[in-house]
Design a protein around this ligand. Structure first.
Ligand code: DGJ
Length: 713
């Protein structure tokens, strides 16, 4: 039964979406692209892109549209999967959702679909966020009284315009997050799910599609800190027009989302942005993160330089050693002293004591007070590491709450890093964890918590059955409760590095830990990958020791420090183990970071293209100022190094360009016109973006900073 056919457009500053809405039938998104002029004939637009029926298609070719289903011959993944409990088994429902209503607001469209036989409704919301980011969510309610379980509901199902034929996805491991893979969008499509109860190191919740001809870029993300299911069905048999369909949603175990007892289910938010190129896409995501995701702050708050004890001292903690470390930290310009793992219970290594969030008397006979007072007397504030969702079998907490961890009844309890996951759905457990953290934050002047999560969720089971999906909701609830009680405390989301990074957790925290790998060469890949979506101010970026504890590579302090400036800078090494020269170099870069963070943490990020794949270039422009980093990782003969071309400048404006010192120790000898670089060369934006700067990028592990200031016209 088909009713009226209408066309609706949703406009952002730079983007338009056009929907075809057929009441009693399907809803489709027939245009996604640059903003259309007012008055565009939408019916003509839809007609221009419609396809006639092919002989091999069903008599009525299905329109999967924004709610694809298996009905009528579409062979891709359905956006919704329901099963019904009958007397003897669960049987898959043949769903048939029809558009029954829609409401349009200036920046939002709500579509309601109904399956008359099942008596189930799905509501989809599409709305425009900051910087023309398009957000989508779906919810489902069971009004038919049947005993249903929900196995799948996509937050977003988006027919992809054909011009987006290049796909970039990510893979990754611990200490090697977000490896980018680009290739043509193949007929077999794409599918990626996570199973660890978190997005994971592999970034399956981030995706990019590009038009190779124009560079136009579509970036997609699922704002959810649990498991995801991301897929693109391409080359679908039976589809009316053969467009690929991209879907994103949360993933869970069969039977977990019960529509019989639950009120309903709402998906997390999926987001996508359209931009002219990769830099413009980064800027869209950053603007959205700053305006609509990150916890609001009063004005612009400088991101303090951290010193974190983990790669400085590890578990080798003593009160006197930490006091000494704090003195050395303050001397190089550190603003926040962070005590990482090992301060609580009997935790002298990683086999014990998670869950016992009380200060270890062996290390701190008088509690944390003396250390915090000392840190504060040195002009720094104090941060503390916690891992609240976990428990060590060897802990007082576990001995008191043996049934409080995720486990399968009467089965072994396999550990990972010697630990188990607490069942946060159990109010007694969540409450006990909250009370311990709350007591710490009440007793001590703690400005920041590094909230870690070092174990996958297996088995994600509790007495109620699978909790793979709901554990994340209860993690959010715990974090929200703590933040409500202590709104002044900054939170970092860490999960063995970048295992849980998404806009869901970022709406409740202030920064993320992108990777345990502090090796500057690795960071030159990891930071550009994350900063494709996340602004630099949320990406913890630390100067680690040399040799690096994970890769074993040695790198000069000048290189490590310049690379670490492009993020939320910190130090994760012991200054006492550095030479005087290294300490002075580090202190100079910390001072530079303080001078430039107002630009780095509020401006527009540009990725600098360079013909040498061993050169990484990034640049941030803000209110007439800019700072760029050009970093070389491998050897390149001196005359071969192509100039570094800048980006994001006004072609007609004039800029004073300097190379902030300290300069890289070896490369500086190859710099022509040193005095001019100190005083500043005045060049037009056009010259800087076209011709670029011939910097000595010869030696492996050489980095230059380039500072620009626009001159009055
Ligand atoms: C994993 C984190 O990623 C590290 O930075 C560190 O905090 C350790 N956990 C401590 O156990």
């Amino acid at each position: 039964m088909s009713g009226s056919r209408e066309f609706v457009r949703l406009d952002g500053a730079a983007v338009t979406l056009v929907f075809t809405l057929e009441t009693g039938d399907a809803a489709d998104c027939v245009y996604l692209g640059a903003r259309l002029p007012d008055g565009e004939d939408l019916a003509a637009l839809a007609a221009a892109t419609a396809r006639g029926r092919h002989e091999s298609q069903p008599d009525v070719p299905p329109v999967p549209g924004v709610l694809p289903e298996g009905k009528a011959g579409w062979s891709g993944t359905p956006a919704v999967c329901l099963r019904e409990r009958t007397e003897h088994a669960f049987t898959e429902c043949a769903t048939d959702f029809r558009l029954v209503a829609w409401e349009q607001y200036p920046t939002e469209l709500i579509l309601t679909f109904h399956d008359a036989l099942l008596g189930v409704d799905i509501e989809q919301s599409w709305w425009l966020g900051a910087s023309s980011m398009v957000c989508a969510e779906a919810s489902i309610t069971n009004g038919g009284g049947r005993m249903l379980v929900l196995d799948r509901l996509s937050a977003l199902a988006l027919p992809i315009p054909r011009r987006f034929s290049r796909l970039t996805s990510y893979t990754g491991r611990w200490a090697g997050e977000m490896r980018e893979h680009s290739r043509p969008l193949a007929p077999e499509g794409f599918a990626r799910t996570s199973v660890a109860g978190k997005p994971g190191f592999a970034g399956g919740n981030w995706l990019i599609l590009e038009d190779p001809a124009s560079g136009e870029t579509l970036g997609v993300h699922l704002a959810w800190s649990g498991d995801h299911d991301t897929r693109i069905d391409a080359d679908m048999v039976g589809s009316a027009d053969g467009r690929a369909i991209l879907q994103m949603g949360a993933a869970w175990d069969g039977g977990e989302v019960d529509l019989e007892h639950d009120v309903g289910y709402r998906t997390p938010t999926a987001l996508f942005a359209l931009a002219s190129d990769r830099s413009a896409l980064a800027q869209c995501f950053h603007e959205h993160a700053r305006a609509a995701v990150l916890p609001a702050r009063k004005g612009w708050v400088p991101r303090k330089v951290h010193l974190n004890s983990w790669e400085a001292l590890g578990f080798n903690l003593s009160e006197s050693g930490l006091m000494r470390l704090a003195v050395d930290a303050a001397a190089i310009g550190i603003e926040r002293f962070v005590l990482d793992d090992g301060w609580f219970g009997g935790r002298r290594d990683d086999t014990t004591s998670l869950g016992d969030w009380t200060v270890s008397p062996d290390i701190f006979p008088n509690g944390l007070g003396p250390l915090i007072d000392h840190v504060k007397s040195l002009g720094m504030d104090f941060g503390l590491w916690v891992e609240p969702e976990m428990v060590s079998p060897d802990s007082d907490f576990y001995r008191a709450h043996r049934s409080g961890c995720l486990h399968a009844a009467d089965r072994d309890r396999p550990t990972m890093r010697g630990q188990l996951v607490l069942n946060l759905l159990d109010p007694a457990i969540s409450d006990a964890v909250f009370r311990q953290l709350d007591a710490l934050l009440r007793e001590y002047d703690i400005a920041y918590l590094k909230w870690d999560h070092n174990r996958d969720l297996f088995p994600a089971k509790a007495r109620v059955g699978s909790v793979r999906n709901s554990q994340t909701k209860y993690f959010y609830a715990l974090l929200d409760r703590l933040r409500a009680a202590h709104p002044q405390v900054e939170i970092e989301s860490c999960s063995s590095g970048g295992g849980r990074i998404d806009f869901g957790v970022l709406s409740r925290s202030h920064r993320v830990w992108p990777s345990d790998n502090n090796d500057a060469i690795e960071r030159l890949r990891i930071i550009p990958a994350w900063s494709q979506f996340l602004p630099l101010e949320v990406l913890g970026s630390h100067v680690g020791p040399s040799p690096n504890p994970i890769t074993g590579r040695r790198a000069a302090m000048d290189f490590r420090a310049k690379v670490a400036m492009f993020g939320h800078m910190g130090v994760e090494a012991d200054p006492a183990r550095m030479t005087d020269k290294e300490r002075a170099t580090l202190a100079a870069h910390i001072a530079l970071y303080k001078q430039w963070r107002g630009v780095l943490h509020a401006g527009d990020l540009h990725r600098l293209a360079h013909p040498d794949p061993n050169v990484t270039g990034m640049m941030v422009t803000h209110e007439g100022k800019a700072l760029a980093l050009a970093a070389q990782t491998a050897f390149s003969p001196v005359f071969d190094a192509a100039p570094v071309r800048l980006a994001g400048l006004e072609p007609g404006a004039r800029y004073r360009v300097t190379l902030p010192e300290p300069w890289p120790p070896r490369a500086k000898h190859y710099l022509a016109n040193s005095d001019s670089w100190r005083e500043g060369l005045v060049l037009s934006g056009a010259a800087l973006m076209t011709q670029g700067l011939a910097l000595p990028l010869t030696h492996p592990e050489t980095a230059w900073l380039i500072a620009l200031e626009r001159l009055p016209q």
